[in-house]
Ligand binder design. Structure first.
Ligand SMILES: OC1C(O)[C@H](O)[C@@H](O)[C@H](O)[C@@H]1O
Ligand SMILES: [Fe+2]
Ligand SMILES: [Fe+2]
Length: 297
């Protein structure tokens, strides 16, 4: 057949080109994962060296997280219905968000959720903890539900209503937050009683607090799982030991759970990306075990 030879050669050439691209891709990927595998724990959360995107994010967050804003956000949360959907649908919906506060990953959120869950599973931890890892950042959906920006969704959290701790990252950026000049809100205890317990303090509004409130009555996760969700961004507390004057003995048990969760959330960011479709059936089974088919978000 005329043309067949030529077509065959063109086909071979195309295949060679595709092979070349694939070799190149895998070289890039291997060198990346080799590099990432070598990324030791001191290489994460290096905020002083972070890019402007991260620094600007925190400047904005620290200016705007006031007591007044936090009360407003909570009233709004209670008075609105945002969406009704299942957990996997929520995971897929979140996938468009790239977190501006994060110096350690620019992967999509579905990748981060699966990497966290998989790291927990690899370590032989219980199913409730794996599924907690899978959903822990779903609160970032707030960004798609009319948040004011990313500053009221992502990033580390801290207590509002008392003096801003110097254990918060970029502690100097609170100068433009009006609460820094309020005589009550800027005092050591602020609006709180000594050792009143974390249940009674107001943490800066964002994805942790939001998701905790969504899931506390719509899941069968144990208290430890809910605490992992609620406090995973509260680094000034779980990593820096700040706020001991506000916590109660009851919070110690919670602290243990939150600390157990943290390495999976943070260090799995350098793991190789997961095969979403391959993992989906496994996690859908776990989702069905701990959540109703449809939730109010
Ligand atoms: O929980 C966190 C957190 O504390 C971060 O530092 C961060 O950049 C992410 O937004 C996040 O999900
Ligand atoms: Fe988070
Ligand atoms: Fe996370």
């Amino acid at each position: 057949m005329p043309g067949t030879l030529l077509d065959a050669r063109a086909f071979d050439e195309t295949c060679d080109a595709v092979d070349d691209v694939n070799v190149l891709k895998s070289e890039i990927w291997n060198s990346k994962s080799e590099f990432d595998a070598q990324k030791d724990k001191t290489q994460f959360r290096r905020y002083e060296e972070a890019c402007d995107r991260v620094k600007n994010f925190y400047r904005e967050q620290h200016e705007n997280q006031t007591v007044e804003y936090n009360i407003k956000a909570r009233v709004e949360f209670k008075s609105k219905k945002r969406a009704r959907m299942g957990v996997w649908e929520a995971i897929e919906m979140l996938n468009t968000l790239v977190d501006e506060s994060d110096p350690d990953t620019s992967l999509s959120q579905i990748e981060h959720l699966l990497q966290t869950a998989e790291a927990i599973r690899r370590d032989g931890k219980p199913e409730w903890m794996q599924v907690t890892g899978l959903v822990h950042d779903l609160g970032k959906l707030l960004f798609l539900f009319g948040s004011e920006g990313q500053w009221d969704v992502v990033g580390d959290t801290f207590v509002v209503g008392c003096k801003f701790s110097d254990k918060i990252i970029y502690p100097d950026t609170f100068g433009n937050n009006p609460d820094s000049y309020d005589p009550v809100y800027s005092s050591e205890y602020g609006i709180y009683r000594p050792n009143c317990g974390l249940d009674n303090v107001m943490l800066s509004w964002g994805h942790d607090e939001y998701l905790y409130n969504v899931l506390k009555d719509q899941s069968s996760l144990p208290a430890e799982g809910l605490a992992m969700i609620r406090y995973h961004s509260f680094y000034p507390w779980h990593r820096e030991n700040a706020y001991n004057h506000l916590t109660s003995p009851k919070d110690l048990k919670i602290l243990e759970a939150v600390r157990a969760f943290n390495p999976y959330d943070l260090y799995s960011k350098s793991d190789a990306p997961c095969d979403v479709e391959k993992l989906k059936p496994y996690y859908q089974r776990l989702i069905a075990k701990y959540f109703p088919p449809v939730l109010d978000w």
